[in-house]
Ligand binder design. Sequence first.
Ligand code: GNR
Ligand code: NI
Length: 178
Amino acid sequence: MAIRPILCIPDPVLREISTPVDSIDNEVRTLISDMFETMYAAPGIGLAAVQVGVPKRLLVIDLMEPAEEGVEPVKDSRVFINPEILSESNNLVPYNEGCLSIPEQYAEVMRPDRVHARWLDEQGETQEEEISGLLAVCLQHEIDHLNGVLFIDHLSRLKRDMVVRKVAKLRREGRIAA
Ligand code: GNR
Ligand code: NI
């Protein structure tokens, strides 16, 4: 197990279209466990493989609440391989999103509140589920990553440019890696 470095904007790899996982071999299994370790350390609630520089259609999610005093958080780790959105609701809801690849920036994004999704689990079994709530927000955010899309792409040009400039400033000031 290893924590892998997370790519940040404007790294062009984040704009690549990830390719389907064709077999769940040991390399993919190692990648999955490294992604969980990287996500928990960050900490974050989701991570797409492309964020650690591997443009494969694979993402992990754990909505686990941050640890409260004296209470062990319950892990609820989920793996989505080659995920597809089969249909989505017409009802858009706002959520204040952040992204580990866009450090310290948050903005409200509108997305469908429910999606019908299909994917392969870690065992290669097909799963299909109606997903809502924070899981729906996070899954759509992660699937966007597989298509080279970032949450800032859902904002107005003005708001997006502000975020991009703030991250550039953080980097110039040495407050984020590279
Ligand atoms: O940790 C994360 N939090 C989050 C909050 C609101 C909407 C989406 C997310 S995903 C993000 C981790 C990340 O960047 N995944 O790609
Ligand atoms: Ni993200």
